[in-house]
Design a protein around this ligand. Structure first.
Ligand SMILES: Nc1nc2c(c(=O)[nH]1)N[C@H]1C(S)=C(S)[C@@H](COP(=O)(O)OP(=O)(O)OC[C@H]3O[C@@H](n4cnc5c(=O)[nH]c(N)nc54)[C@H](O)[C@@H]3O)O[C@H]1N2
Ligand SMILES: Nc1nc2c(c(=O)[nH]1)N[C@H]1C(S)=C(S)[C@@H](COP(=O)(O)OP(=O)(O)OC[C@H]3O[C@@H](n4cnc5c(=O)[nH]c(N)nc54)[C@H](O)[C@@H]3O)O[C@H]1N2
Ligand code: SF4
Ligand SMILES: [Mo]
Length: 703
């Protein structure tokens, strides 16, 4: 084979004299398949897997820089046990893994005896390998409280897609679309899967129209054909008025609606009864009635089309119905799961890594917390209510908490309350790569391997069914262990070792991939398995109560909520004392609170900032680049201001990430930027349990 005939990965491997390991990236939740180049036990380069449809060889800046985690001197290297009382800044001593497993097993047994196993909960972010913890703490121990972090993320969207389409995580076939309406979804800033970001640009090249509805002139709005600067928390009004225009003008897809949608007639009456006209909506959302009519008509008459949401319409106490209304636009126009539409993706046949027999399982005796708290429709734990369970024992006591790859002290609203919560836990375990602010509040910190040092098999986030594999490319840093070995160690101490009997990671990975064509060997070789996307599942029985697209939501009706989306004002409004509305958005060069100890990314983007409209800047005496104090009724922060034209007046947009001495022990991140989550009081969406980060009013002045 000549040099030119070789694949790019082979050529790079030769130049770098490196081995190539097929793996995936874990610097954001979209897990692009990757190639990791390893020489002498060190990661020397990473790129996207050129064969994978997700990213066809590319990675984003966060992914390119992510190898730093393998060399970061601030990594937690040993199990650490707290030596001082909770509530004080954590002090820790190094212990052995055997001591760590003994400590945790002992506490788990105590808590089960005193309060029952449901008093232990787990929260995680990207749920890397979290299924091992679930098998241990749920199947065997008997807690129903195995959760992720979705209430801090896209809970409103997830609830909307579950109740309307019976699907937990639809993808977007942007590349094939002709009309793309993005409700606060900043695909070119906070990228969600590189194929989707690329899809927007491909669609534009092919003549599609892109409309961005967002109070901010985001990176995506800057590339769009039209930006609708909506007032915060009012998407529901705008989307409902668009629905009414489409129905009144007979632009809806009669055949599709009759065959596949539940409750169309009732919805039409509901819109009429409530008077959701464009004129009514214009007063609320700040977009004039003619524009609302025009966009609604364009959307309904250009096909294929997508109305897509992520978190922009959420983060408010009315976010659940805003999301539902945005998705009903897809349903009315028959634009669901066809080419160029919102895509109800299939899942790959990936099984559990271990098989716990039924007779070994402990059935939970209590409802899971979200149900007991009164949020039966919440797809995940309403985590802003967790402190209530821990501190006040409501709805029942929680005394043990595993935080796996999540940093609630930094990420949840009302930091004071979250920190208070940790004082009341009898067992708080952090499974971490760095000594995070949350780890500092815990009893014990377990050093985990990074994604360069461990294995995982999981679902890929691409249009078609996809399985992806993470393979250890280098040895663990320090004494860090992968989750499957940590769980194995705790399980042995609990007397459940036989259920985690694997000797190597390949043993459990072979079990998980037994149903996958080609099995584990093919997956290791190629890095992923994927099937072409299958379209048009509508009509074949969706996972809703009726099997149809539920414009009338039976889930909502059964839970005692209005089955049709309505517009109710959000909870917090600016006033004379606090005249500005907070909105949040991500930083394109960082991911949440994950990447701020990476010197390469910090060189490009060393701090977060607040954006303020030029008219407001003039009013409050703020100059561009100046440090300002943002005060809410609860707290204040000092942060750099960027004066911009592209933001709805009356708002400030705080870029999320950085701040609060973060990382507590991370030398690069420490002291950079500002952390805004303590500005907020706790507001929880009444239906979905989502954290409402934008229910917050502030005033601003030069520092
Ligand atoms: N570079 C980068 N990429 C990321 C992340 C990251 O931190 N950085 N994080 C990852 C994660 S965990 C997630 S969940 C996704 C998030 O992906 P997105 O949801 O696309 O990202 P955000 O920046 O949070 O976008 C929220 C947008 O909503 C707008 N907004 C605020 N209020 C309203 C409103 O009332 N109505 C409307 N229509 N818009 C509003 C904000 O101005 C902002 O532009 O990104 C993922 N990818
Ligand atoms: N103000 C405000 N708050 C927000 C948001 C916002 O836009 N504004 N965004 C919200 C959103 S969308 C989300 S998704 C949440 C995210 O909030 P979290 O659930 O807290 O998740 P991350 O910020 O991704 O950080 C998780 C932690 O994982 C650790 N970590 C990284 N890699 C690994 C690993 O391989 N193994 C282990 N064990 N740990 C690892 C990091 O050190 C970090 O401490 O924050 C939410 N909070
Ligand atoms: S988009 Fe996310 S998963 Fe993909 S390379 Fe970037 S950080 Fe990694
Ligand atoms: Mo998120």
């Amino acid at each position: 084979m000549t040099y030119q005939e070789k694949k790019l990965s082979q050529r790079i491997a030769e130049i770098k004299k490196a081995e190539v390991v097929k793996s995936f990236c874990y610097s954001c939740p979209w897990n692009c398949p990757t190639e990791v180049y390893v020489r002498d036990g060190k990661v020397v380069y990473v790129k996207g897997n050129e064969d994978a449809p997700n990213n066809i060889g590319t990675r984003c800046s966060k992914g390119m820089a992510s190898w730093w985690i393998t060399q970061d001197p601030d990594r937690v290297k040993y199990p650490m046990l707290r030596t001082n009382p909770k509530g004080e800044r954590g002090e820790f001593k190094r212990i052995s893994w055997d001591e760590a497993f003994d400590f945790i097993a002992g506490k788990l047994k105590d808590i089960a005896k005193k309060y029952g196993p449901e008093a232990v909960a787990l929260t995680c972010h990207h749920d890397p390998n979290t299924q091992f913890y679930r098998h241990l703490l749920s199947d065997l121990y008997g807690s129903p409280n195995m959760y992720a972090h979705t209430s801090g993320c896209e809970q409103d969207r997830r609830s909307a897609c579950l109740t309307i389409f019976g699907h937990v995580f639809p993808m977007h076939d942007f590349a094939n679309s002709k009309y793309i309406m993005l409700w606060g979804m900043n695909m070119l800033g906070a990228n969600q899967g590189l194929f989707e970001s690329r899809g927007i640009l491909e669609a534009k090249k092919n003549g599609a129209k892109v409309v961005v509805i967002d109070p901010s002139f985001t990176e995506t709005a800057q590339k769009a054909d039209e930006w609708l600067p909506v007032q915060p928390g009012t998407d529901g009004a705008l989307a409902l008025a668009m629905c009414k225009v489409i129905i009144d003008d007979n632009l809806y897809d009669r055949e599709f609606v009759a065959a596949h949608c539940e409750g169309f007639d009732g919805f039409r009456d509901h819109l009429n009864d409530k008077g959701y006209t464009p004129e009514w909506a214009a007063e609320i959302c700040g977009i004039d009635a003619d524009t609302i009519r025009r966009i609604a008509r364009e959307f309904a008459t250009t096909k294929p089309a997508i109305s897509a949401i992520f978190k922009g319409s959420g983060y408010y106490t009315n976010g659940h119905d805003a999301g539902r209304a945005c998705y009903i636009l897809d349903a009315l126009t028959g634009q669901v799961d066809g080419v160029g539409n919102l895509h109800l993706k299939d899942w790959a046949p990936v099984g559990n890594p271990v098989d716990i027999p039924d007779d070994a399982k402990t059935a939970p005796k209590k409802d899971p917390l979200h149900v007991a708290m009164g949020y039966p429709l919440a797809p995940d734990l309403p985590n802003s209510r967790l402190p209530e369970a821990v501190i006040d024992g409501k709805p029942y006591p929680v005394k043990g908490l595993f935080v796996h790859s999540t940093n609630p002290v930094m990420s949840d609203p009302d930091r004071d309350r979250v920190m208070e919560m940790f004082k009341h836990l009898e067992l708080a375990v952090a499974c971490e790569v760095l000594m995070s602010e949350t780890a500092l509040e815990c009893d014990i910190v377990l050093p985990e391997t990074s994604f360069y040092e461990m294995a995982e098999v999981r679902q890929g986030l691409w249009l078609g069914a996809e399985a992806i594999i993470c393979q250890p490319a280098i040895d663990p840093v320090g004494e860090s262990k992968p989750p499957y070995e940590i769980v194995q160690g705790i399980a042995k101490k609990m007397g459940w070792g036989k259920h985690f009997a694997y000797k190597t990671w390949e043993d459990w990975a072979a079990t998980a991939t037994a149903g996958l064509p080609g099995g584990l060997e093919a997956l290791k070789e190629k890095g992923f398995w994927s099937a072409p996307p299958e379209y048009n599942k509508v009509g074949k029985g969706l996972e809703t109560k009726t099997g149809k697209i539920e414009i009338y939501s039976h889930a909502y009706a059964d839970a005692g909520h209005n089955p049709y989306p309505e517009y109710v004002e959000r909870s917090v409004h600016p006033d004379d004392e606090y005249p500005l509305q907070v909105t949040h958005s991500k930083l394109s060069m960082h991911c949440n609170i994950v990447t701020q100890n990476n010197p390469m990314l910090m060189e490009i983007c060393p701090e977060n900032w607040v954006e303020i409209n030029s008219a407001d800047a003039l009013k409050y005496g703020i100059r561009d680049d100046q440090m300002v104090v943002i005060e809410s009724p609860k707290d204040n922060i000092t942060i750099r201001a960027k004066v911009v034209e592209g933001l709805v007046p009356g708002c400030v947009s705080i870029r999320h990430g950085h701040g609060f001495g973060h990382w507590a022990m991370g030398s690069v991140a420490k002291g950079k930027g500002a952390h805004s989550n303590n500005l907020m009081e706790i507001h929880t969406n009444p239906v979905t349990g989502a954290n409402c980060y934008n229910e917050c009013k502030v005033r601003v002045r030069p520092a």
